[in-house]
Design a protein around this ligand. Structure first.
Ligand SMILES: O=C[C@H](O)COP(=O)(O)O
Length: 243
């Protein structure tokens, strides 16, 4: 059985004053039975050192150093105390034109720096409505997940683009279909595919978390908005612990 993981992506939110939310969460979940990951903005990673939880970056460059103004490398994230990094989040794919090939290169850079990559995939609303969801997922998995992926260095996050920040959540059957499809592809491709953690992301809240965590092959969640406040994220962690 894969280890359960509750991951919070703060996106471009959070000042030093927000660290109190992580401290509160750490106090409440000091004996948690699940893995908890917080991906704050890069400016706060160093300040999170020593906290109870795993800390991750939200993106990294394909190179470890060089003339890339404004970018951050996986090695730098690791040096600041991160152990994970998100790659291929839909906001990076959409806003920054990241292709599957870029996502694979960033994920490989993460592995090379000793980080675990949380590789994000998911269909748009148009693709869902066209009935091409599983084809899109297949292509993203084939092209974004490096051949060097293992259950230790890789987490797959299924985030339907239309469910991110919208309050719209796919039905349990829709999540189950995609997660079982991803599991089958990971089993086909990797010897330890059964242990690779598969997260669902998109409008996860305390009120829907238990239902989502009851779905087969859902090993946790990648949470945006509801990870910003300790009370909200705590309810999701509780639901994962009880699942
Ligand atoms: O990375 C997190 C996802 O984009 C989900 O965001 P959300 O929980 O605000 O919908």
């Amino acid at each position: 059985m894969p280890r359960k993981l509750a991951a919070g992506n703060w996106k471009m939110n959070g000042l030093r004053s927000s660290l109190v939310e992580i401290q509160k969460l750490a106090e409440r979940h000091s004996d948690t039975s699940v893995d908890v990951l917080i991906c704050p903005p890069a400016t706060l990673i160093e300040a999170c050192r020593g906290l109870l939880f795993d800390i991750g970056g939200q993106d990294c460059h394909t190179a470890q150093s060089g003339a890339h103004t404004g970018d951050i490398s996986a090695e730098m994230l690791s040096d600041a105390g991160a152990t994970y990094v998100l790659t291929g989040h839909s906001e990076r794919r959409t806003d920054h034109g990241e292709t599957n090939a870029t996502v694979a290169a960033k994920s490989q850079a993460a592995y090379d720096a000793g980080l675990t990559a949380v590789i994000c995939i998911g269909e748009t609303l148009a693709e869902r409505e066209d009935g091409t969801t599983l084809d899109v997922i297949d292509q993203q998995l084939a092209q974004s997940v490096p051949d060097t992926a293992t259950a230790d260095n890789t987490v797959i996050a299924y985030e339907p683009v239309w469910a991110i920040g919208t309050g719209k959540v796919p039905s349990s059957d829709q999540i189950a279909e995609v997660h079982s499809h991803i599991r089958a592809r990971m089993l086909d491709r990797f010897a330890d595919g059964a242990d690779m953690r598969l997260l669902y992301g998109g409008s996860v809240k305390g009120s829907n978390a238990a239902e989502i965590f009851s779905i087969a092959n859902v090993d946790g969640a990648l949470v945006g908005g509801a990870s910003l406040k300790a009370d909200d994220f705590s309810a999701i962690i509780n639901a994962l612990e009880e699942s």
